[in-house]
Every structure is written in C-alpha cells, then in structure tokens.
Design a protein around this ligand. Structure first.
Ligand code: DAH
Length: 338
C-alpha cells in the first residue's frame, strides 16, 4: 500500500507539472470522492493495527503534498495570466501621437482682424448691422434719395422694393447714430453686396470696414491724423497719406485717401502702376443731412467717416492680382497665409 501511495504521489506530481491550466481535473482524479487516493484509503480496513497509523500518516502527507502542489500550480497560472494581461494592455507613452491637421485663417479674416486690432487700439468699438437691409438705411438716410445717380454705382440685389442686400457698410453709421448719442467712435466690418459680374477685381459679395466718429468739435484734422496713424501701423512707419477731393453723398467735404506705395516707397512700380500712390479708402466729414436724419444736431456735433474695401487691402498687402483666388477655397492658395 505504501508503494501505491508513493506511486500516486509521484504520478500526481508530474501530472500537475505538465498540466498547465487545467488543475481541477487532476484534483478530482487524485483527491476527489472517487479519486485514486480515496480508493487506496478505502482499503485501509484490511491493514493491521500497527500498519494503519503509519499508512494513515503517509496518506495524509501525500494528500497535503498534492493539495499544495495544485495550489502552487494555480498560483503560477494566475501569475502567468496577469503577466499576459499586463503585456497585452501595455501602453507606450513615448509613441508619437496622431497629428490633427489644423487649418489657417482665411486672408480676408486675417486682414479684417488686423484692421480691427488697430482701431480697437485707438479706442473704437465694433458695431454690427444686418446684411439684409432697408433701402432707408442703405441709401435714403445716407443722403441718397430715390433717384440719386449714386445708386447706379451701388446697384445691389433687391428682396422687395424696400429691402435689399446692403451695398456698403455705411448704413451701420445710421443705425448706430439712431441708437447712441455722441460721443460715438465705432468701426463696422462686414459683408456687402453688389450686382457686379465676377472678374479679377469685382465680386458680387465682398467686405468693407466702416469707421465713424461723432462728437463736439471733430474736424478734418482729426480724420487726417486718424488715417495717417492707421496707415503707418498697417503699411509701415514710413507710409505717407494723401487726400484727393471726391464726392460721396453722405460726407461733405469728401476725399479719397491714398497711401504712398509700400512696395516702392513712392518711386513708382508695378504694384502702384507707376503712380507711387495707392488708393485705399473713401472718407469725409459726416454730411449735416445725415446727422439730422439720425436726430443729431449738426450745429452742436460734427463727425468724420471712412470706408475701405477689405479685399482690396488683402490684395495689395499680399500682391494678389486676381480677387477670385480669395473665394475659390483652393487650399494650395489658402495655406500660404500661415
Ligand atoms: N460707402 C462708400 C463706398 O462703398 C465708402 C465710404 C466713403 C464710406 C466715404 C464712408 C465715407 O464712410 O465717409 O464706396
């Protein structure tokens, strides 16, 4: 019997070593109710009184040994499992991440922000107005009555006889003066519309930036100083400006303003077409009729205004010779404005 027990111990030991994960089957095979060890113990009744305790002790030792071995095997299997899990879930934090491609700002937005920054720095506030506008604000209140020839140069898209897509940002002047008493100091950037055919310098949709200052004692000197300071910040310290007499119905006197060519410094080149000067905006002293139609007394207050085309400044600044590039959304073009 002793040999039988030792044989079981030995067999069980090597079976457990070889088993790997499936230890439960071996436990049943050796230690279960119908297991091999149990079967041997059942035969103990046939033993002599001296042999019984000796074999009993040996049987217990064998059982304990097999149990311990199975437990150790289970422990090892759990450790292997944990290790495999850790290995499969390992994250290498040093692997470079996935880069999300980031777009760039559109050159029109870029320049509009620059313009806004300059005027915000001079204490202006940004005012907004609707793109779908009343004829009254776009024309009549700006001293452009129904049959005025100035309407021809600003033909736009009509929704009804009275409602149109604004052809300029100037209506924001009127809306602002209706709502606020002087002092007023605003800029108004935004989209405007005209029924122009698309070509290298025209588009039915483009952008303007309007400026308006109204207070007691505002003079043309203030207008000049403001625009000179603006031109130097925008185009460089050496920039000079020049006023040319002009006519706008909503300003009197009116002027078109040129800056000395920032490509050649005024000598004459391709950009300024040999002129040395580049036109950048329209301006003037707010017409008394405009002040009056907004409920502001022209004997007490005066003001200046100016308006510029944003596309024009973009094209000058970046030497773009065809406006259509700005609207085609070709990323090869747009990516150059980083
Ligand atoms: N609104 C004018 C245009 O679209 C530009 C302009 C000229 C605006 C003179 C002004 C101004 O405020 O004073 O041609």
């Amino acid at each position: 019997m002793k040999e039988k027990l030792l044989k079981i111990a030995e067999e069980a030991s090597s079976a457990i070593d070889a088993a790997g994960a499936d230890l439960e089957a071996l436990r049943i095979k050796y230690l279960g109710k119908k297991g091999e060890l149990t079967a041997v113990l059942r035969g103990m009744g046939a033993l002599s009184a001296e042999e019984r305790p000796v074999i009993g002790q040996l049987a217990n030792e064998v059982r304990a040994k097999i149990e311990a071995k199975i437990e150790a095997g289970r422990e090892a299997a759990r450790a292997r499992e944990l290790e495999a899990k850790l290995a499969s879930e390992k994250i290498d934090v040093t692997v470079p991440g996935h880069k999300t491609p980031v777009g760039v700002m559109h050159p029109i937005s870029l320049v509009q922000r620059q313009l806004e920054e300059i005027f915000l720095g001079m204490g202006y506030e940004i005012a907004e107005g609707p793109e779908v506008e009343l004829d009254y604000y776009n024309f009549q209140a700006l001293n452009i009555p129904e049959d005025h020839p100035a309407r021809d140069t600003q033909d736009t898209f009509y929704i009804t006889d009275n409602i149109l897509l604004r052809s300029q940002t100037s209506p924001v002047q009127v809306r602002t003066m209706e709502q606020k008493k002087p002092p007023i100091k605003i800029i108004s950037p935004g989209r405007v519309y005209r029924s122009d055919a698309v070509d290298a310098t025209h588009s039915p949709l483009f952008h303007q930036l309007e400026g308006l200052v109204v207070d007691r004692g505002v003079t043309m000197g203030d207008l000049k100083g403001t625009l000179e300071s603006f031109a130097k910040t925008m185009f460089g310290e050496d920039t000079r400006i020049r006023f040319r007499p002009h006519h706008f119905p909503f300003t009197e006197p009116s002027a078109e303003v040129d800056v000395s060519c920032f490509a050649c410094g005024g000598k004459g080149c391709r950009l300024c077409k040999g002129e040395g000067w580049i036109e950048i905006l329209g301006s003037g002293m707010v017409h008394p009729n405009v002040l009056k139609s907004c409920g502001i007394d022209p004997d007490e207050y005066s003001g200046f205004a100016f308006g510029m085309g944003v596309e024009r400044i973009v094209m000058l600044k970046y030497h773009i010779d065809d406006m259509r590039y700005l609207y085609e959304n070709d990323v090869r073009f747009l990516h150059q404005f980083k």
